[in-house]
Design a protein around this ligand. Structure first.
Ligand code: FAD
Length: 345
């Protein structure tokens, strides 16, 4: 009890006025910014404006100055540009080292990263070294302006409830955010901001791994997370061979193929197609849910789609609660009909 009391006393002494700024890690690969960087800037802009603090993008890489302006066009007030050969491809140690040093000097209030493979590996290391907390995989962010606290919402207990997590006594407040949850701002090339180069000339690099080769994976024709249209199939397709109906409609529409976990677990389609809490988070313009019940874990990954079209033979299936258009009927009859009609269009 004594130890807890001492810890509490120390925590309460944090002076929040010393911490200012919303930082967004601008993830890039081979000089191309990831969409999640723009999504975080869109949301970060809102938070920064509410707090009356600047929005700063952290851009790390080798010879990436050319893409800094894109971050300003998408909402950043300032870009902290850290360029070095050691930062060419993402490696946890040198990336964490640069961000931790900057955060110690500049004392940001909030640091946001994408819940991508990169962000998921970088954010915990940065948080641990800064001695602060981290809320992973957030799906919602708000601020309590009076307390300068970030309200970080994420699914908890297997997605059965949404928890809002606070980090009231530590700074910076850190969160990773799922891609496709937030919308980027429209790019405004006339926006102005400053690009500040970080002096790394005296850095003693902490590099324990070496990248020998970068191999670009030959992926499916349409990337699920980037797709404008997704046709997803679930257990309602009843048989693996019927999954071809989903694939045919996707081909006709130039869409990506998604799936529920039930379809993936049954081995009808690879895991890389799974949408939901333990799969991909998607936000297409149109999402077809074919024979998908609408479990909370599935909806967590697709409910921000602009238009949801659900096909299910059960009129009480929960997917209809979030569907823009619902078709009550047998998916095995309806998919060929839709395919035929879209082919005519
Ligand atoms: P079912 O629940 O079996 O639903 C099938 C639906 O098809 C029913 O609504 C039925 O009415 C309808 N149907 C049946 N036949 C027809 C027909 N001929 N025509 C039209 N409709 C028909 N799930 C995910 O999808 N993604 C995740 O990432 C995910 N993560 C999870 C994480 C955890 C920790 C847990 C516990 C579960 C997770 N799940 C996830 C599983 C989730 O709870 C559901 O079990 C799963 O989504 C069900 O898939 P489904 O809707 O295809 O199958």
């Amino acid at each position: 009890f004594q130890a807890i009391e001492i810890q509490r006393e120390q925590e309460i002494t944090i002076d929040k006025t010393l911490y200012r700024g919303v930082w967004v890690f601008a993830e890039q690969r081979q000089g191309k910014l990831a969409n999640v960087a723009f999504e975080l800037l869109g949301e970060g802009r809102k938070l920064a404006d509410q707090l009356g603090e600047p929005l700063v993008a952290l851009l790390l890489g080798k010879e990436v100055a050319g893409i800094a302006q894109q971050l300003i066009a998408q909402g950043a007030d300032k870009v902290l540009l850290a360029e070095a050969p050691e930062l060419e491809s993402f490696l946890e140690d040198p990336y964490a080292q640069v961000i931790v040093d900057l955060a110690r000097q500049e004392r940001p209030n909030i640091i946001l990263m994408g819940a991508t493979a990169t962000g998921r590996s970088l954010a915990p290391k940065v948080a641990a070294r800064l001695g602060t907390g981290l809320t992973a995989d957030c799906t919602g962010l708000e601020v309590d302006v009076a307390e300068k606290n970030l309200l970080q919402t994420r699914p908890a207990f297997g997605g059965n409830l949404m928890a809002t997590i606070l980090c009231p006594n530590h700074r910076p407040q850190m969160a990773t955010v799922r891609p496709k949850v937030f919308k980027p701002l429209p790019a405004a090339s006339a926006r102005t901001g400053e690009v500040v180069s970080v002096d790394l000339s005296h850095n003693v690099w902490d590099v324990r791994a070496k990248i020998l080769e970068v191999v670009n994976e030959v992926g499916p024709a349409v990337n699920l997370e980037e797709a404008n249209i997704i046709v997803s199939g679930g257990r309602g397709l009843c048989d693996p061979k019927n999954f071809a109906l989903v694939e045919e409609l996707a081909e006709t529409l130039g869409a990506a193929v998604g799936a529920s976990r039930a379809a993936v677990d049954a081995g009808w389609v690879p895991y890389s197609h799974q949408v939901g809490q333990t799969g991909k988070t998607v936000g297409p313009k149109v999402y077809f849910a074919c024979g998908i019940h609408g479990a909370i874990q599935h909806m967590a990954g697709m409910q921000s789609s602009d238009i949801i079209i659900a096909i299910n033979k059960n009129p009480d299936a929960p997917i209809f609660k979030i569907a823009t258009f619902g078709i009550v009927g047998d998916v095995l009859e309806i998919l060929p009909l839709l395919n035929k009609e879209f082919k005519k269009a």
